[in-house]
Ligand binder design. Structure first.
Ligand code: THU
Length: 130
């Protein structure tokens, strides 16, 4: 897990967040054992900004992988930086309910751990579409 945390901390430093000044890094490890990372990328047209998790997922899919084994989200502040609602759903597309999501602070210290099922109970997913 340490490599995953280090990837999230490192990519957070590259966040493009001139509007919120709130930098986020996300890293995920796939079932194949590879690590993909992403940072938030904001936009002058505010709603067009991208979350860190979305970037990490896009990198994973672009590399031909679709199964997430564990996730780290890295952010600063008094509260743990948890995935936003939209990102919980994005993760759910590629991660099972048991997948751990580790929230770490800007130094990489573990703050809280939740399963994806705890973050997104009774979730809607690909199975619903048959
Ligand atoms: N942000 C993320 O990148 N991931 C989350 O799950 C929470 C929010 C970003 C979006 C925006 O650029 C900034 O944090 C403030 O909301």
């Amino acid at each position: 897990m340490q490599a995953l945390i280090e990837a999230a901390v490192a990519v957070r430093a590259r966040a493009y967040a001139p509007y919120s000044r709130f930098q986020v890094g996300a890293a995920l490890r796939t079932h194949a054992g590879d690590i993909f990372a992403g940072c938030n990328v904001e936009n002058a047209a505010y709603p067009q900004g991208l979350c860190a998790e979305a970037g990490a997922i896009a990198a994973m899919v672009a590399a031909g992988q679709t199964r997430i084994a564990e996730v780290v989200v890295c952010g600063a502040g008094a509260l743990p930086v948890t995935p936003c609602g939209g990102c919980r759903q994005k993760l759910r597309e590629f991660a099972g309910p048991e997948v751990p999501v580790y929230m770490v602070d800007d130094a990489g210290a573990l703050v809280i751990t939740r399963t994806l099922a705890a973050l997104l109970p009774d979730s809607f997913g690909p199975d619903h579409l048959g």
